[in-house]
Structures are given as C-alpha cells and as structure tokens.
Design a protein around this ligand. Structure first.
Ligand SMILES: [Zn+2]
Length: 402
C-alpha cells in the first residue's frame, strides 16, 4: 500500500509539474505572439489610419537648388581623358550626397551642349561636351533651367541641341524652347502628391538675340517680361500647381546685394502668386529671405527668395566668385494649405588644384573640409568662404549645414 501510495504521489507531483510547466510554456509563447503593448499599438495604428484616410496626412517635398553651372575652357581641358572622351563626374563627387536624396534638384545650366564637329569652348561662347549631362545625372540633378544670357552661345543649333540632349538624358527643363507649343507648356512636376510649377526667365542673351529671326526668338528664349510672367503664373494656377517656383536670371554681376529692380520684381512675382524665387547670374551669392506674402487675390502665404545662388561651378577664381550654395527647402501640403518648412543651406567652394601636373576641379561642401585636410593656403581660403557665406546669409534664420 505504501508503495502504491508512493507511486500515486509521484504521478500526481509529475502531473502537477507537467501542467504547470505546460501552462508556463503556453503563457510564454502566448506572450511572445501577443504582448499586451503590441495589442494596444496595433489598435492605435488602426485608429490612426482611419483618421488619416478621413483627413489626408500632410505631404512634404524636399527641393534642392544650386546656382550657375558654367564650363570655362580650362575646365573642359581638365575633363579630357587620354582616349579623347570627357569626364566631369569627379567635379561633383563630393557634393553628390547633398543633392541626390532630394525629391527635386534644380540648377541653372549656363552653357550649351555642342558636338565634336562644332567644337568645344569656354567664355564667351560656351560650348560643352555632352558628357557633362552624364555627370549632372550622376550628381542627382532632375531639372535644368536654360533661360540665361548664354543660351544662344552656339546660335539656334546650340539652343536646340541642348534641349534635345536633355530629353535624351532624361532631364526636365524650362526657360528655352524649340517651338511655340513647347514654350506655351508650363513645366509642372507632380511629386509626393504636390504639383510644382517651375518657370524660368532671363534679362537677355548677350546680344545673340540679333542672330535669331525675331519670330523665332519670341518663343526660343523666355525673357523677363512682366506680362508674360503673369500669364504663365495664371496658366500654372489653372493647371493645378500647388507651388510656383520662378528661376530668375537677373541682377548685376559680382555685386553681393540685390538691386532695386530685383527687389521690385520679386515683390511683383510674389503678389502675382509665385511662392519661391531662385535667382542666378551675379556669380556671387546674394541674400535670402523667408516672407509672409499677401497675394493680389488677398491670400496670405509663405514665400522664399534667394536673390542669387552664386557659382556652383566655374573657373572664376576671384573672392566670392569661387563660392556657391546648395539650398535645401521643404514644401508642406496640408489639405489645401501650402507652407514652407525647414530651409537649410550648404556653402560650397570650387577647389582648383594640380594633381600629377593636371589641373583638377572639385566642388566641396565647405564645412566638411575646414579641418586642414587641403593643401597650403587652400585651408585658409575655405575657412574664409565659410565666414563670407554664413556672414552674408546669416545663421539665425537659416541653418548652415555643418
Ligand atoms: Zn548669367
């Protein structure tokens, strides 16, 4: 009896242990699948989603922009390879990461694309090998504006060939046109659910206007003409643009402040409905401002202007002309309301140096190269560029990228 009792007791103990451990096992496993916090989280998410569907979440779009892309004779010779081809990619490799991540990256393309037969040259008649477009693709550019004083440097051929090559390489473009129909069409980019209209105008074309039949010139180059600009703004609005960017080739060369003409035109463009103005041509940086605008229609909204973005790349070596800036700007759409969010800027400097007897160019993000990594007096120059650029733009209203 004692023996049987003992066996019974052992069996009961074993059973209890087994039940307890299996309970524990189930409960641990269960916990792993549905921890209480996760249950709550999932429910919250579902509620969030339902709310979002009703209200539409705010959308945002990051825009990057740089100033003049110019290619002088020494830059073309520097890019020439031993097999006769041209490679401009190394010029952009240090700034690529500041450009390629944006939803929309713009530049002023201040030259024309030529062919081996027509030849290549720098100032005053800019004619550039088409491989520059490979480099600009590699750097992350999406939109190239062509309304500038060098667009007719290689006559009608240059203007048309440039646009043909842009199409071939997949760049969006505005500012010059191959037909009246092309000029009539406003460039609207629809990204992240935000429609951005991009307009571009130039003060002139270095007297090359005379080389083109007047009837053609009217549609080939977007000149600054207040009536035309107003019409284009209305067209952009009618086509549902949420944001209107005007790229203005204007101002006085080498002057670091906007003149009265730029200021008056900026006020007019904002009143007409432009949200953002990117200026170029002075070859030096001019200041930027956030604004609160009241349009002619009585609507209040955000505005942003940089009067001049400076040279992004060129062979101009004088103080201020060797410097540029990358602007990064966030556009937010919340329902029907458009606002301008964060605005940051990256000061850039064009480094020209000799490597194994060859002249090289590279665009450097200034902050990354201020710790003495460069050669001799380059270290002093790049520090001065930081002070010159941040001194002009300021560090309180806008954030310089370090
Ligand atoms: Zn210019």
């Amino acid at each position: 009896m004692n023996h049987k009792r003992h066996i019974k007791a052992v069996i009961i103990v074993l059973l209890i242990v087994s039940i307890l451990s299996s309970c524990n096992f189930i409960s641990v496993k269960d916990n792993n699948i549905h921890p209480p916090e996760e249950d709550e989280h999932i429910e919250l998410n579902v509620e969030d989603k339902e709310e979002q569907i009703e209200q539409e979440p705010p959308r945002s779009l990051n825009i990057s922009v740089v100033g003049d892309i110019m290619l002088h004779g020494p830059q073309i010779r520097s890019a020439k390879q031993s097999d006769g081809s041209y490679d401009f990619k190394p010029v952009f490799s240090e700034v690529k990461s500041y450009l390629e991540g944006s939803d929309l990256t713009l530049a002023n393309f201040e030259t024309t694309i030529s062919t081996p037969e027509k030849g290549y040259s720098g100032y005053p008649m800019f004619k550039t090998p088409e491989s520059i477009l490979e480099a600009l693709k590699y750097a992350g550019f999406d939109v190239l504006t062509t309304a500038n004083n060098h667009c007719l440097d290689n006559f009608i051929f240059g203007l048309e060939n440039t646009l043909n090559k842009f199409d071939e390489y997949g760049f969006l473009h505005t500012g010059t046109s191959r037909s009246p129909e092309e000029q009539d069409k406003v460039l609207i980019v629809d990204k992240n659910g935000i429609k951005v209209a991009i307009l571009a105008y130039t003060y002139g074309a270095n007297g090359m206007e005379g080389s083109v039949d007047q009837s053609k010139l009217q549609y080939m180059v977007n000149f600054i003409d207040e009536e035309k600009i107003s019409n284009d703004i209305q067209k952009a609005k009618a086509e549902g643009a949420d944001v209107i960017i005007a790229c203005m080739h204007w101002g006085v060369e080498y002057v670091r402040q906007p003149n009265d003409e730029q200021k008056a035109l900026a006020d007019k463009l904002f009143a007409d409905g432009v949200d953002i103005i990117f200026g170029s041509h002075p070859h030096v940086i001019q200041p930027m401002e956030r604004r609160r605008i009241t349009t002619n229609e009585g609507k209040e909204k955000d505005g942003f202007i940089i009067y001049s973005l400076g040279n992004f790349v060129s062979n101009q070596r004088d103080r201020y002309q060797d410097s540029g800036v990358i602007i990064n700007l966030e556009v937010i759409k919340d329902g029907d309301n458009i606002s301008i969010g964060k605005i940051g800027y990256t000061p850039t400097w064009v480094r020209k140096y000799t490597d194994n007897g060859n002249i090289k160019y590279e665009i450097l993000p200034v902050a990354k190269f201020m710790d003495g990594q460069l050669k001799g007096n380059e270290n002093e120059r790049i520090k001065s560029v930081w002070n010159e650029t941040t001194g002009l733009i300021g560090i309180e209203d806008f954030e310089p990228v370090k």
